[in-house]
Write a protein that binds this ligand. Sequence first.
Ligand code: DP6
Length: 322
Amino acid sequence: MASFTSLAHPNIAMIKYWGNRDNTLRLPVNGSISMNLDGLFTRTTVNFSASFPAHKLTLNKRQILGPGLERVSYILNIVREMAGIKENAEVTTENNFPAGAGIASSAAAFAALALASSQAAGLNLKQDQLSRLARRGSGSASRSIPSGFVEWKMGQAEEDSYAISIAPPEHWDLTDCVAVVNAGHKKTGSTEGHALAGTSPLQNARVQDTARRLDICRQAILQKDFDALAHIIELDSDIMHSVMMTSNPPLMYWQPATLRVFQAVREWRASGLPVAYTVDAGANVHVITLREQSKMISKKLNELPGVKNVLTANVGGAARAA
Ligand code: DP6
């Protein structure tokens, strides 16, 4: 059986996925919208062979056992069943972005794994099937399969919960300037976080209003309306963090420096700069801006107290062979 190498970008959500109606299948309680992050990627090689005694996972040159291997094996076993094969796989994967840089690695990782493992097993899945497969490893990975600006439709069932591209990368020259702030102790991961979302009395209100926010965000992207985009992505991020903070137990991801970046971004926008913030399940702030302003914004972010460094990424393409 052939080996296959793939590459996928991480993505930053503009309308967030938070909470599942089925935690195993990763069927979300709401749709979400994101953009892929160019320049940052996971590269993964999968090789199935009858001579391998078990699945094996090597991440950034280190062998991974335990929950990490189990999560990858779950996807490999789905692929084996689809392909009707019994061989074990060796998975070798590398990220070109540092861990703890404020970029979720699971999205790029499971998008790359879905593509490489299905191809290595002899399957030639269509984009929607790949997105569904990636989704089962990590919900946000469904959005790293298609290109550019992407919407994950929540769907009615397993079969129709996948992501599609709503605009190619060249549609709009946006840049994500990630302000990496001093992180505190170890955070609760997204998977545990999704399971807690329903314990917040605010989650129902968040979910019920999501179709409206998705429409506004999709239109803002299609019309390249930065002000509308800025308003809706900040609102969506703030609502998700309100749910997190009011869950039981509560999740508080923000650090003092996170708030300092929020304040600076709001001041800069009031003074006419195209900037908006959004935060995932961590303390680092993704500052979205226009590409032509990104050098200047990145410099200004670097000067804020508590900001350790700034990573920048333009809009990225689809998961692909590498
Ligand atoms: C806050 O996709 O990382 O980044 O499915 O358990 O892997 P799992 O969760 P994950 O959740 C992402 C949460 C978020 C918002 C988003 O990316 O939409």
